[in-house]
Design a binder for this molecule. Sequence first.
Ligand code: G3P
Ligand code: CA
Length: 344
Amino acid sequence: MATLLDALRPVRSLRVAIAMPLLLLSGALATGCRATPARTLMPTTRPLVIAHRGASAHRPEHTLAAYTLAVQMGADFIEPDLVSTKDGVLVARHENEIGGTTDVADKFPSRRTRKVVDGDTIQGWFTEDFTLAELRTLRARERLPFRSHAYDGQYGIPTFDDVLALADSLGRARGRVVGVYPETKHPTYHRAIGLPLEPTLLASLTARGMNRANAPVFIQSFELANLKALRGQTSVRLIYLLDRGALTPERLREIATFANGIGVNTRMLVGADSSAVPTTIVQDAHAAGLLVHVWTLRPEPMFLPKRYRGDALAEVREMIALGVDGIFGDDPFLVAEGTGRIRR
Ligand code: G3P
Ligand code: CA
């Protein structure tokens, strides 16, 4: 039988507005319950709901508020992209340039500079030029103009350790595991400037007993050499990120020698045209023993290929039908709904 929310299907923001209080209430009730022991094994749900930069469609990305909301929305994993501070602390930011996601321009106007990062010349403010104490004075801002700016100025920049602690706390309160899915951003660049990401990342995981194969952790990177080096240093599951191109069965078997899975752009699985035929990447990757996680599903129609006719749930459902093992979404609520875990 059609529900009220089914009738509101084209109006996602309204649907979320109605359902959100229920989710928040359930979260509050769970948080109010006696804390349970931490569950520290990899979740077995499939596909995994992976909160891309937190619930970044609803809160400024890479903030504890964005991660908390993501878990309330049903995310299995929260994703911090990682860059380094001047004093070698890992913080959650998509880029080491933070002019677009914080108020750094207001607070440190004279610290603007120009750098070449992975071949790109960039002007702005860079995390590696600031101590953690300085970065702690900043407040996050929404990156995209068409998303809500109601939360600008409210949240700080979390460290990776903050994110690990939050995941543990949220998991204990809710009686389920909350995984963490860190991405090393510009690892070669960071190593070249004397701030390698990997030792600190692994030390943080080790300190929490999470530097092991069955921990609820995936480490992801676009850099092949970075992942291959990590394979020799940790048994944590590794995901090789790919943005484009074909993947032959032979190439996938080679990737399986150092990674546990691939994280691919949605368009590598099925093109944007309405007549697009899905590739065989999912089946071929599974045959090679690789997991397949896909990114990034977003709720706004502007991000959707026309084939979905403005229905973001249709994209989630198509990815699920293709057999993926995990879905990165800016709106974890949308992804969880597509999996059928949230029914209204
Ligand atoms: O990590 C998966 C996806 O997040 C890769 O894209 O640029 O959002 O980090 P990006
Ligand atoms: Ca990422």
